[in-house]
Ligand binder design. Structure first.
Ligand code: ZN
Length: 222
């Protein structure tokens, strides 16, 4: 199964879905729309090097669109560029930002990815056959406010060390990232009866076959 995770800045996907990206039997692709040069703590080249190191930890292919920060947009050129990449990678699932987010780049990334998710399966002027992903999953880098109530949580207890290792590759950012990741994963884990969990929303209803019911686990104390 192939996962294609798309973030506005280097570190967004590692924070939001680094547990999912740590599952070793998945094929994983990461796209950072900008290189994070608007960071107060590091320049764009440093942040790209950090992102490449994180991708090696996750055993994921990584690419950058090099869109300048604050200029991410769902205009036709950016959207068709992303549609072409989706059709080239042909992922089962796209994963990206939830729409309600205080950071304007995160909001813009959500709009761009959601548009490309639909257009990749439609008739548009891209020189590659249409590809329809099964679903578009959403994360929130910090789940801070904005009513992010997950549609499901992923038990990441077993892969949490890998997620943390990938996040720590972002050396210029880790001082404030790691405590938040610790808190969020424990919060959603405790609410679900596991040690660590990663919360997600989904664009479309998740389909669970009858055999999949056997894998469902009850959460909390009932
Ligand atoms: Zn970000």
């Amino acid at each position: 199964m192939k996962i294609f995770a798309i973030g506005a800045h280097p570190d967004d996907v590692e924070i939001g879905c680094g547990g999912l990206l740590s599952i070793d039997w998945l094929s994983k692709h990461i796209l950072h729309l900008s290189n994070g040069e608007t960071s107060k703590y590091a320049d764009g080249e440093t942040r790209k090097e950090e992102a490449e190191a994180a991708a090696r930890v996750l055993n994921a292919q990584v690419q950058f669109f090099d869109i300048p920060g604050r200029q991410i947009d769902d205009d036709d050129s950016a959207c068709l560029r992303l549609v072409a990449l989706i059709r080239e990678i042909r992922p089962d699932y796209l994963v990206s930002h939830w729409e309600l987010d205080g950071h304007p780049d995160h909001q813009a990334a959500h709009q761009l990815v959601r548009k490309a998710f639909f257009l990749s399966g439609a008739s548009v002027d891209v020189d590659a056959p249409p590809w329809r992903c099964r679903n578009l999953l959403y994360f929130h880098p910090f789940n801070s406010g904005y009513g992010f109530i997950p549609d499901f949580v992923l038990d990441i207890t077993a892969v949490y060390p890998s997620k943390l290792k990938a996040i720590r590759c972002h050396r210029s950012q880790t001082s404030f990232i790691v405590p938040q990741v610790e808190a969020v994963s424990r919060y959603f884990g405790q609410n679900s009866g596991v040690a660590r969990a990663e919360p997600f929303k989904a664009e479309m209803p998740l389909v669970i076959g009858s055999r999949g019911l056997l894998d469902l686990e009850g959460g909390g104390d009932g």
